[in-house]
Design a binder for this molecule. Structure first.
Ligand code: PMP
Length: 423
């Protein structure tokens, strides 16, 4: 299986060089590839769960420990969150059937926006239907042909997509490197508008943006700073308020974007900042204006989760503690987990074959994690992404560690990471 899979994985790369083929031919080739990968039981996507109760799920009849979700505070099944969603359906029905701009705003949106702004120490907030749309709407609204947007190389796709949909010029700086950002800002003509965009916690690597240094260079070059706290709301900062709060820089970060689809147990998202900027995005953010409003049930679920975050800040400590325990165990065994200090723990393996093989072995052992392979990362930068949640107990963590020990020994991966061990 290993040899066949290796050949198959390599043949994927040729799909990229089919510029001369029409889309039907490409799609047929791609389908064949997916079929063969599935036959080798190495197709990791669209795994249909039979049940999902937070810390545990059921896949193909097998109970698995869920370490591949972003349900950081374990709130998707919390009785108060469920109840809020059900009550919202009973009160408002199932859909707003229109944009926020027209018929899609409830007083519930506005009350929740005020609460979010207060919590983050900002003047105003604006709720969108998804976190992806938050970044698209925010960045496209604020930019024009005279704008340069500076992005960390490993920013989430939503920020890349936003810039490519805008008229702005993108400039990428080295991952987590404020000096590299400073140099790029320095080279940009003073009369151009400058916007810097970074993840607060990086979604695959779990590392934290160095906001104190980034704020300093932004202030020096009069650049507007946007921090995407999708993974940091609920997991970082004294009250779980995100990366800006973690560094005590809520005022200095101009705009904070985030999603409800992770710690806040729903879907949707928000941008928070000065009221004039928020009002501008509210009237020029096309991904909000031209898309239906978040459903009442999603809105109410996120708000209930947001209240629990404030009432039970110990959940933030718990998810951090669980991550630390798992990470320490993995490091002791000899896995390369990089500099993550968050509930996202990457295991850097390098090649896709090793990554997919380990993903499957761990799944068979009852541990659900995400393989991150090409094209999500370059062909030699594959990793396993593990994420902990507050409702994992010691036994879940120990079972996961035991499974990692077994596969690590089986493939001689402990201590000598990312050396193409199966090749
Ligand atoms: N930003 C980041 C950093 C993310 O990781 C994600 C989701 N993976 C998003 C934005 C998009 O959020 P949503 O899933 O709510 O659209």
């Amino acid at each position: 299986m290993t040899k066949n899979l290796d050949q198959l994985l390599n043949s994927r790369l040729s799909l990229n060089n089919m510029g001369d083929k029409d889309i039907r031919t490409r799609a047929q080739e791609f389908q064949k590839l997916i079929q063969l990968t599935s036959e080798l039981e190495a197709y990791p996507y669209f795994q249909a769960l039979d049940d999902n109760q937070g810390a545990e799920a059921v896949l193909n009849g097998q109970r698995v420990i869920m370490m591949g979700s972003n349900n950081y505070l374990g709130l998707t099944t919390h009785p108060k969150v469920r109840e809020a969603a059900i009550k919202a359906i009973e009160t408002y029905g199932t859909s707003m059937t229109g944009s926020r701009l027209l018929n899609g705003t409830l007083s519930l949106h506005e009350e929740f926006e005020e609460e979010i702004a207060d919590f983050l120490g900002k003047e105003a907030a604006l709720i969108f239907t998804t976190g992806y749309q938050v970044n698209i709407g925010t960045i496209t609204a604020l930019t024009d042909p005279n704008t340069t947007v500076f992005l960390d190389k490993l920013n989430h796709a939503s920020m890349w997509d936003a810039v490519s949909m805008s008229a702005a010029r993108p400039v990428f700086y080295k991952h987590l490197d404020a000096e590299s950002l400073g140099k790029s800002l320095e080279k940009t003509p003073a009369d151009r508008q400058k916007i810097v965009v970074t993840d607060g916690i990086f979604s695959m690597e779990g590392d934290i943006a160095p906001l104190p240094e980034i704020v300093k260079v932004c202030q020096k070059h009069k650049a507007l700073l946007i921090v995407d706290d999708a993974h940091a709301i609920g997991t970082l900062g004294p009250r779980g308020e995100g990366a800006a709060g973690h560094f005590g820089l809520s005022k200095e970060v101009d705009l904070i974007t985030a999603t409800f689809s992770k710690a806040l147990a729903s879907t949707g998202g928000y941008v928070a900042g000065d009221s004039d900027l928020i009002n501008y995005i509210k009237h020029f953010g096309r991904s909000m204006i031209f898309s239906a409003s978040i459903t009442p049930s999603n809105l109410a679920a996120a708000r209930a989760a947001f209240h629990i975050l404030q009432e039970e800040p110990e959940r933030v400590r718990q998810v951090q503690k669980n991550a630390e325990k798992l990470k320490n165990g993995l490091v002791e065994m000899g896995w390369d987990v990089g500099p993550s200090e968050t509930p996202i723990i990457p295991i850097f393996l390098g090649d896709d074959l090793t990554t997919l093989t380990l993903w499957k072995e761990l799944l068979n052992a009852g541990v659900y994690i995400n393989p991150v392979v090409y094209p999500a990362v370059p062909p030699d930068k594959a990793l396993l992404r593990i994420s902990t949640i507050a409702s994992h107990n010691d036994s879940h963590i120990q079972q996961a560690l035991d499974a990692f020990q077994v596969v690590g020994e089986r493939y001689h991966l402990l201590q000598k990471q990312a050396s193409n061990a199966l090749g």
